[in-house]
Design a binder for this molecule. Structure first.
Ligand code: HXC
Length: 505
């Protein structure tokens, strides 16, 4: 064999050294297969193929437990690393950590997104403090890149211990159900320390992180589904915080007739706000983030005339769309993510208020609710707010009212903007009259409620005061949205816009 052939042979041997059968038996594809699937065909270029600590120079090289490199996804450059569980459980050796670190630094320098495919038993136990120390550098790099380039992680196998904090520092976590497992302390330690018997899936499976705690953002049925969804998400994002998302040139929108029938006039009736979103955005463009967690607020990417937007909408179908601790954290993080990546925000408001009660107060609704106010006030991307129906109290303000910097604030004729709903308000401000009404209590109450509704609860009060820019018909909303967004996007200049990191909230 001449030296070039030998080189090629060595490379092929290395690149085929993972134990595919073992991986496939667990319902997973290998690290190589994942990267080949993630990137456009034949575009992935591996870096540091030979790097493996502890290999003596005269022996054939062995592959380390991570593959890192770059290539094209949807025709645009991105960096990625994939942990190879078939090599020492994908555990993070000091050597393979350095591959990840170099990949992170290269992505940041290039201003390109980075994707980490996690499948690992955590720090390589044999490497002790050397592995731990490298985690520190990985975390530091995550923070350096935060809000600068999109950082995406997929949990495709175990992600144990402190290793789980690297995904948590990133913008989006995808989670493969069945095989993804993520926890700070595993079942054995849990059993030992607090005596709790619990399985890995019960402790850190997809249901836990998608539904219960909101750690993960997108659920996937299997590896391929996960990688398809990551490719799709990238189409909504810019390469970095100094560029705009690339608009789609082909798009379709719905016939708008029928949109006026979705929101019931009866304030007590519920509806699904996703139907409203569906009418307003391009056909099949909705990409929901955290759909299962705090479903009382909907956060999603979508497109209008091909342009990416971020939508935040109260969901009346879940606890009447009240804002609570979890919904506040979810909405605030999404707003900040959009602001980092120059994505205009559309806020749809139908909110009776912050959820009352000791449970919420003890959980810090004041502290968490303030995150929403902070995020909207800080955001300098185009902001459009549309009040669909109820907009009461502090929650009206928190959902991006004019004074929090909404560029445009519209209301539908069904909108009610007030400190609180009619009956509650009347019972407070007319307490004496109602007490004196005796047997006529119901009659007096109804009269007072009607008077309050006529004078306070209609959108023209806010419009006259200039807090609402216009009261618009539902059927006209899409057209106005297209025109307004087009204008606001044309004013955007990502090069001079203030920047900030995307701290987990
Ligand atoms: C070295 C490891 C390893 C590790 C797994 N392996 N984890 N080697 N360091 N951390 C090796 C195993 O010895 C085995 O090698 C192979 O990988 C596959 O592991 P199995 O246990 O056979 O696989 P499985 O039954 O699927 O179980 C996977 C697992 C389990 C759940 C991940 O291996 C496990 O619990 N590992 C330890 C997890 C952990 O506690 N890690 C430390 C977390 S703390 P062979 O040669 O037999 O194939 C941490 C600190 C980070 O990471 C701090 C950051 C600040």
């Amino acid at each position: 064999m001449d030296s070039l052939q030998e080189l090629e042979h060595q490379r092929r041997t290395l690149q085929n050294s993972s134990n595919a059968d073992r991986q496939h038996a667990k319902g997973k594809i290998t690290a190589d297969e994942r990267l080949a699937y993630l990137f456009d065909k034949d575009t992935f270029i591996e870096l540091n193929v030979y790097q493996n600590r502890g290999q003596s120079i005269d022996k054939p090289p062995k592959r380390d437990g991570v593959i890192a490199g770059f290539g094209k996804i949807n025709g645009r450059y991105a960096y990625a690393y994939a942990q190879d569980f078939t090599i020492q459980g994908g555990s993070l050796s000091s050597s393979n950590a350095r591959k990840i670190i170099k990949c992170q630094q290269a992505a940041l320098k290039a201003g390109a997104p980075i994707i980490g495919l996690m499948d690992s038993g955590g720090a390589k136990i044999q490497d002790g403090i050397q592995a731990l120390a490298q985690y520190g550098t990985i975390f530091q790099n995550n923070v350096n890149a935060s809000g600068v380039i999109p950082q995406i992680t997929a949990i495709m196998g175990p992600c144990a211990g402190g290793a789980s904090y690297s995904p948590a520092l990133q913008d989006f976590i995808f989670f493969v159900e069945g095989t993804g497992e993520m926890f700070v302390t595993g079942p054995d330690v849990v059993k030992e320390v607090i005596g709790e018997d619990i399985t890995m899936q019960e402790l850190g499976g997809a249901d836990v992180h998608m539904r219960k705690n909101g750690v993960a953002h997108v659920r996937a049925a299997n590896d391929q589904d996960c990688l398809d969804k990551i490719r799709n998400l990238l189409t909504y994002l810019p390469q970095n915080n100094k560029s705009l998302p690339i608009p789609r040139t082909k798009y379709k929108s719905r016939w708008q007739r029928g949109i006026e029938n979705i929101v019931p006039e009866n304030k007590r009736k519920i509806y699904d706000v996703k139907q409203v979103i569906d009418y307003l955005v391009d056909t099949d463009s909705l990409f929901e983030i955290e759909p299962e967690f705090a479903a009382n607020v909907v956060t999603c990417f979508a497109r209008v005339n091909g342009h990416t937007i971020g939508v935040v909408a109260n969901q009346p179908a879940v606890i009447s769309g009240c804002m609570d601790v979890n919904a506040s954290c979810k909405a605030a993080r999404f707003v900040r993510t959009c602001d980092c990546f120059n994505i205009p925000l559309l806020t749809l408001v139908d909110v009776p208020g912050f959820f009352p009660g000791s449970d919420q107060e003890y959980s810090g609704i004041i502290r968490h609710g303030a995150k929403v106010l902070y995020a909207y006030s800080e955001a300098t991307v185009p902001k459009i707010t549309l009040v669909l129906r109820k907009a009461y109290g502090g929650a009206y303000i928190a959902m991006c009212c004019k004074q929090l910097g909404a560029d445009v604030c519209w209301a539908w004729p069904t909108a009610e903007i007030a400190v609180m709903g009619a009956e509650g308000a009347v019972k407070i401000i007319n307490r004496k009259d109602l007490k004196a009404a005796g047997d006529d209590y119901k009659k007096v109450l109804d009269e007072k409620v009607k008077a309050y509704q006529d004078t306070q609860l209609n959108p023209f009060v806010g419009a006259k005061l200039g807090y609402i820019d216009d009261v618009i018909a539902p059927q006209d909303t899409r057209r106005l949205l297209e025109q307004t967004l087009e204008a606001l996007i044309s004013f955007q200049d990502p090069k001079t816009k203030p920047t900030h990191g995307n701290i987990p909230l």
